[in-house]
Design a protein around this ligand. Structure first.
Ligand SMILES: [Zn+2]
Length: 164
């Protein structure tokens, strides 16, 4: 699968940790100002408190982003799993006219009627899309341009001898 989202999440996680570290050192600096026997420099203290607020806000925003990214990633992984399970129920097969489609495996039908699905939608969009129709051509339910030839029935001959 695509590893970009995982790398993005790891990047976000590292920067969240980095921000926490920075906030920790700002807190230490603030504490240092208030050590026993010292008269704190109020303008310096005020600046550091402001810095800390900004750092915490940024860390918080990063955490919200991180949590959203983790949820998206987890959903995407489940979806991918679900798709792989569904895909495993189908086998690549060739129609009598040489078109390649996917067919439901009989031993994995789970009570469903044996049917065909569109190979374009499956491979390109990770989508299970049924082929419909029973004539020579069957059409993808998702995209009308995905048409597959199953058989080649000769056109009925007009029975000219019946006419005069
Ligand atoms: Zn299709």
């Amino acid at each position: 699968m695509d590893l970009t989202p995982i790398n993005e999440v790891l990047g976000l996680a590292s920067s969240a940790v980095g921000l926490t570290g920075k906030a920790t050192s700002t807190i230490a600096a603030i504490k240092g100002l208030f050590e026993a026997g010292k008269t704190p420099d109020n303008s310096e203290a005020s600046k550091l408190l402001n810095d800390l607020a900004t750092e915490l806000t940024m860390a918080n925003m990063t955490n919200v982003q991180l949590s959203q990214a983790l949820k998206t990633l987890s959903r995407e992984m489940l979806r991918q799993d679900e798709f792989e399970r569904e895909k495993a129920r189908y086998a690549l097969t060739q129609t009598r006219e040489g078109d390649v489609v996917f067919k439901l495996k009989e031993d994995m039908a789970n009570g469903q009627p044996v049917h065909f699905i569109c190979p374009v939608c499956l491979n390109r969009d990770h989508l299970i899309s049924f082929l419909q129709g029973n004539g020579d051509y069957r059409r993808c339910q998702t995209n009308n341009n995905h048409v597959f030839q199953f058989t080649d029935t000769p056109l009925p001959q007009s029975s000219g001898s019946d006419f005069y």
